[in-house]
Design a protein around this ligand. Sequence first.
Ligand code: MIG
Length: 687
Amino acid sequence: MIKKFVYGNPIETGAVVKPVEASADPIQYLTELEMNGKLIFNYEMENDDVVYGLGEANGGLNKRGAVYRSFCSDEPNQTEDKQSLYGAHNFIVISGMINVGFFIDCASEVRFDIGFTSQNMLNIHLGCPDFTVYIIEGRNAYDIVKQFRELIGRSYIAPMWAFGFQQSRWSYMNEDEVRTVVKKHRDAGIPLDAVYLDIDYMDGYKDFTISEERFPNFSEFVSEMKQEGVRLVPIIDAGVKIEDGYELFEEGRQYQLFCKKGDGTDFVAGVWPGKTHFPDFMNSGARMWFGSKYKSLIDSGIEGFWNDMNEPAMFYTEDGVNEAKEYLQNFDFNTNDPGKFFELKDKLTSLSNRMKDYESFFHNMDGRIVRHDQVHNLYGAYMTRAASEAFDNIVPDKRMLLFSRASYIGSHRWGGIWTGDNQSWWSHLKLNIKMMPSLNMCGYLYSGADLGGFGCNCTRELMLRWLAFGIFTPLMRDHSAVGTRRQELYEFGDTEDFKNIISVRYSLIPYLYSEYMKACLSNDMLFKPLAFEYPNDNFACTIEDQLVLGESVMLAPVYEPNAVGRYVYLPEDMLLVIFKSSSVRKYQIMKKGMHYIPVAANEVPLFIRRNKLLPLCRTSQCTDEMDTSMFEIIAFTDDNIEYNLYEDDGISKDYDNPDNMVQFAITDVDGVMGAVSNKTIVKLSLF
Ligand code: MIG
């Protein structure tokens, strides 16, 4: 049951696709309070209510006890106290005696104080007077999430090759460096499907250009890599370099497709290329224009992109620099007041991403002029939209890989997201684990973190443990920043362990892809909190570091340094499978309850739920070489069971074809339990 309440004159954000009549009744559940002309909603929580949601946000699965601010932010220093990350996902579910979900469809800043100021008080602070609230009632949290997902529409569907292992670095500087990366993976037998091109593939950081010097024969190089089973994935930044004669700049200026200042001039911000203009993604013409530019790279054979810096991130603006200059000129360097020196320091370190700058430029939303801060959270989402809608024209029958850094609910239909600049910290592995279900609640199914961490130096052990979780996330990409320790897997000494871990992923791809596709097609989640599957088990409901993955699997990753294993709670009897490699495994049936399981850093543990089965294919070096004619089945049952494997060609869009379902069954054949399927079953391990 979904009710809609409209405040003021909201802009159409595009978040919701299912028509809902606006209610004329007063709002339910939430009480309104006005402070300094701004609206706050209050909701009194019960002591043991759990609050889920908020997608890409700090903290745990249960969001209680902290403040979260939806304001897409370039935040590479994601310490615990940070209230904003790159996405703005204003959907929460309160789960307890009363179950209710709130979606605050508001494109400007929204702050959620979830029992921080006052333990049982939820306050939602609205940054602007024009927005829509959706209130969703349901049987439980999971039911509310599913209704919400239906409201916001089917998630973006990635091509199957994007389930392979992807290697990235800021930046691989030229053809030869990329060749070396590919060769070293192949030589070590570490499977690989994609290599990323970060900003240095461009000519002077100009979007849709390619450096002649570094990549002189781009399309030949793209096909050479494809021969190796490797796709190249270039980055596209939001800012367009100001440079006479640069086509994108000239066109954008001439046709008025950039964001403007109040005085009608094009807004200028400093980013990687130096001074840039921001395309006005809020304008349909600008979206169409910018989107059409992806064609040249697609014509060169490119099949995937990542959109970056689209919060939009700004290193500085002319206004900010001028203010700082003036401040310096007037600064009394002889002062004996230490406070003044702190002020001076702040002045110079706060030139980036200033609120004042976000308030100084405007969008032309097809006739409606809107100040940026009022629609800030839509900017990156609409860049994704520009690309996605363009792909529908350029390659209508083909799936492209596309994911973004900034996002707003609605953009889950146009692309995936990665979770931005994390660090090589154990706490960020844990954050990655806890964030996946929240992202799924908000529609982001094709997502993942920079495995191993983007900033800082990763250790071998952290990399192994991170991969042992990362091999389950749809986007599985090792990415790291310039200046950090090299993070390609072969850089950590003995490559055998890495080969083994990534090989496990490749044998799991059919299951992962199947569960991912089913979740996309039925507005469901791939990663679920235990609470969603075992709602009557009070202890299971409090667990945040174990997740249910699709229909058959429970995960319990190790995320502590120097650990030799971990405690796991089983809400029912399960089969523990420890992968030493894709083919070497240990099995153990475990009873419902608490257990300590030893897991070495080069092993991958997973649990198969009771009366479920897991299909595995033979591992391969890339998805193009995957053989899904033969399967091995691991089943934990003494009963007849079935599993429907979703399978398609992985690249076209014929999703809803019933032929895409392949059935596996464990059944009694003449008094013996056996596996039955149209596929060849090479081995059955029955427990
Ligand atoms: O200011 O393109 O999050 O993945 O490697 C940094 C360089 C810009 C931020 C992205 C990161 C990427 C980096 N970019």
